[in-house]
Design a protein. Structure first.
Lengths: 219, 331, 331, 219
């Protein structure tokens, strides 16, 4: 199956919610190293509502669900994360409005739309040490698999997760250029970007949720 | 954590509840959007002036809601910009026939949330514009950041706009006024201690017993450098010079001088700083037309202070002298 | 020591220099006696109101010199009563045909210096009387001390007398008014941190990271007990109960409620405390006629707060509502 | 010689000045234990002026000199120490107005006048853990020697010093009942009263100044 169904999106949203809430303190602590220590609290303020309201959310299409998530985030999340995550979910929703399943190619378009939206919103580029440094390689991985016609989404998820994980280490010694971290300038060198870690952690937990083995990569 | 707080997550909402309990006749609190507004606003015939930034800078910005100042404020969590919806609802609630002016401090989070909110409101036909305040001279190399931070100079933008709006200035006139004030105001701060956002529960940064952070940001962002604590006069000299050089201010300038406490520094020390700053103004040939010593824009309980100079002219002197009220009662 | 200070010995004099530099048209500084006075006082036809206590409690007492408040103040070193001569010269400088009223806080040092100064002035025929303020309910067993301490309730004595004096009250009428205010005002404070007098250079007392001192004095004197820090509401409950029980205040009372910051606590937290105190007043059947949230009587940079209740009547409500000015500019 | 001359008083005043200034930090530190840590600074604010102006002070009589000292203290010393020490010197001055030397009996009267003045001023009694707990035994010692007709003032000074020293230990475990210390209630137990220590230290240094051997006592 190279289609992602609304059912899978629902499971992914729930798993993401669990990941965000469980890591609230950890994400905030990461943000505390070079930023202002509120990333976990901010993101959780949104996903706590997602969690509470999940049963009532419109699940008539992938786009409808993602739009709701976007609205909950814009309503409840402040700081940089509200506009960034809200814009990302919103743009992905626009491309999946009436759909109850999407192809890998369509998923890649949704990710690209999200990335473009985030870039327009916050002006960050690849290498600015933001969550874009995880999202862009993830999108590129999906794109490759869509082009090569990979049939097993498990492989796609596994590779995407690896791409996000690599971003953590890859950006560690970069200077943050956006958000609160950017004011610390050189002092941000050596610290992990909490947004990148969050993307990687979410993907890792999605692997667990969908029973995707990552043994090969870990070796 | 040495704080008076119940559940840290309720820090901001409980503060706002306290604020309206203390000002029942003049302020209204809208908990859904964490909004504080004047009970008698919006009023047609007057541009509404609003601001929403992270909390933790009190009295900025939520305690600046009052006649001649802000009409409403939508504060976020401590050090976090308010969510898009809060900004949007604040614009909508303050919509008036002369329009709405959002005064936004130059931080990535504030800008993104206000950008989105303003787009949404404009799409609905609301006449709202924003102005970005960025008076902190500490940020020198801004090519890799969103630029200079908005700090205590913010007060002068609010005060001037608040007075002009009461006198009937149009939205465009106010934008020009903002440009003028922001173009002539400069600030730099020094921290002696760190500060602890209630949810984080730990200090934003570590600092030695004998150290200070010169050029600190109001969220504890690092400044130009870390140094040993110096005598008060030497500290004033350094930040005064940095502020003066930046515009630059010139002999003959008429100025407003502000010594702003960052939250944990007692007012006695602020007057010690003011003493030296006033001496330096005299030596530099500046006439201090108005002075401000106290807390205007804080970093929770940080021990520290900032120095702000604003170059004045007849129009600004007149606007700063106009009556205004804030919800913090002295008497 | 995390302070803006030059030579610690000059802390007070430099603060006072800063204060007059910021208020050149209204205040005069007499360095020989560390005295701050209104430029237009003494005035015949009005009783002069003066106060001199240790410094470190700013804005009390030296920043309370202004119309409708004090006519002059003779502050001592940080936490040290002013010398006899300073008190005496202050009385002499403020001598008016209607007399001089010295408002003295109940500390051994203040009392002895003012006693001597008043004896000296009276011996010269000056019509000066003193009143001793002692509103701190924390001191329970006062048989072995000089009694209760004078703390933030001091503000209300000054405010009421200041207003009455402007309206022409006689010295004896003012003494009766003092008696009334002091008899109906009660305060208790809590410290979360210690404080560091500049000359001492070290904290007055040690306190654990998770501890508070309930009933602390404004010089860091120990209170009723040391305890673990509790939620803000629980802290308010304890000091509210202690204050209410002491008078006791009763359902139906009209009151002024003050939440006073001790110097290092941000105003956001004071409103969190106010929120609970206002709730408690409502439950207790008190009507809050006036409220005060901010710094009135501090302990240098101590993190902490005190709660003051004053029982009102028509006369006091009227006097508290009278206009007054202090030299700390907000606008 | 059982007379104390104006010359001896001058030497004593200078030695006292030196003692106070040299121990400024120590006296403040002692006050910091249960009080507010300003005793050394307060007292020094007065004796620094005594030191500076000593050459010009009126030394026409013992009383004239002590009156000047009293005035300098009331002008420059705040807190409790200003009125306490100022009153003490003033009362002693009143009894030695025109004198250029005093007998032991007269010295005892001067001390008694000072003690009475201090008690009237501050309301403290013996046992309240104030400098009176040193001054009163010192006066008693002088009184005994005056009564028994001791000729050598060195013995008197040595015994008086011993009496003051004993007061330090004797009062250590008492509760302070006056001044800032009194607010600490039971917490003042175990701490030394700075006023008592100051009296003892001054007397010790007077012994050195006048070459009085204290070996016998120390043994
Ligand atoms: N301009 C931006 N574009 C994309 N992501 C950003 C941008 N600014 C910040 N971020 C991401 O947001 C994270 C911080 O989020 P958060 O702590 O909520 O914001 P704030 O900086 O306002 O406190 C960073 O780790 C980074 O990954
Ligand atoms: N009422 C009093 N009578 C006599 N001595 C006193 C009295 N109160 C205080 N003292 C003495 O003064 C000393 C403290 O002086 P100081 O620190 O200058 O005063 P304060 O208590 O005002 O800070 C105490 O150690 C004690 O010996
Ligand atoms: Mg953050
Ligand atoms: Mg933030
Ligand atoms: Mg003292
Ligand atoms: Mg003392």
């Amino acid at each position: 199956m190279s289609e992602i169904t609304i059912g899978a999106v629902e499971r992914a949203v729930r798993a993401t919610t669990t990941t965000v809430l469980r890591n609230e303190q950890y994400f905030s602590d990461l943000d505390g190293v070079a930023g202002d220590g509120d990333f976990g609290a901010s993101l959780s303020a949104g996903f706590r509502v997602v969690d509470k309201d999940f049963a009532e959310l419109d699940k008539s299409s992938i786009g409808a669900l993602l739009l709701k998530i976007s609205m909950i985030i814009t309503r409840n999340v402040g700081g940089c994360s509200g506009p960034i995550w809200g814009t990302g979910f919103m743009r992905a929703a626009m491309l999946s409005k009436e759909k109850t399943s999407v192809t890998l190619a369509e998923l890649e378009e949704m990710l690209t739309a999200a990335i473009d939206g985030i870039q327009q919103r916050g002006g960050a580029k690849l290498g600015d040490k933001t969550l874009l440094d995880a999202l862009i390689p993830v999108r590129d991985t999906v794109k490759e698999h869509a082009a090569s016609g990979t049939a097993d989404t498990a492989i796609v998820l596994s590779d995407a997760t690896a791409a996000a994980e690599e971003a953590i280490e890859h950006t560690k010694d970069m200077v943050a250029r956006r958000g609160r971290q950017s004011f610390t300038g050189d002092r941000s060198i050596g610290s992990l970007d909490p947004g990148i870690v969050a993307i990687a952690t979410i993907l890792q937990d999605l692997c667990t949720e969908f029973g995707v083995s990552r043994a090969a990569k870990a070796a | 954590m040495k704080k008076f707080v119940n559940a840290p997550i309720n820090f901001v909402s409980e503060m706002l509840e306290g604020l309206v309990l203390a000002n029942p006749d003049t302020l209204k609190y809208v908990p859904e959007f964490n909004m504080i507004q004047r009970v008698d606003r919006p009023a047609n015939g007057k541009v509404s002036i609003i601001q929403g930034s992270g909390s933790g800078h009190e009295p900025a910005h939520v305690m600046a809601v009052g006649p001649g100042m802000l009409d409403a404020s939508a504060p976020g969590q401590v050090f976090a910009a308010p969510p898009v919806d809060a900004c949007y609802e604040c614009i909508k609630a303050m919509n008036s026939d002369k329009g709405v002016l959002a005064l936004v401090n130059n931080y990535q989070g504030d800008r993104m949330n206000w950008d989105m909110a303003i787009e949404m409101a404009q799409a609905e036909g609301i006449n709202v514009k924003q102005f970005i305040i960025d008076d902190d001279v500490a940020v020198q190399d801004s090519t890799h950041t969103v630029g200079r931070r908005g700090v205590a100079g913010n007060f002068f933008v609010i005060k001037a706009c608040g007075a002009a709006a009461e006198r009937g200035a149009s939205l465009d006139e106010l934008l020009a006024l903002c440009e003028k004030v922001n173009g002539q105001v400069r600030t730099m701060g020094v921290a002696l201690t760190s500060c602890t956002p209630p949810i984080k529960g730990k200090p934003i940064f570590e600092i030695g017993d004998d150290e200070m952070e010169v050029g600190v940001g109001i969220h504890g962002e690092p400044g130009r450098r870390r140094d040993k604590i110096k005598p008060a006069d030497a500290i004033v000299d350094e930040i005064f010079d940095a502020v003066v050089r930046d515009l630059p201010f010139q002999s003959g300038d008429r100025v407003a001088l502000m010594i702003n406490g960052l939250g944990g520094t007692p007012i006695s020390e602020l007057y010690i700083l003011y003493r030296r700053a006033a001496e330096r103004c005299k030596e530099a040939g500046f006439t201090i037309v108005r002075n401000y010593v106290g807390e205007y824009c804080t970093s929770i309980e940080m021990a520290g202070a900032s120095l702000t100079l604003l170059r004045l002219d007849g129009e600004l002197e007149d606007l700063l002298a106009a009556p205004a009220e804030i919800p913090i009662r002295v008497f």
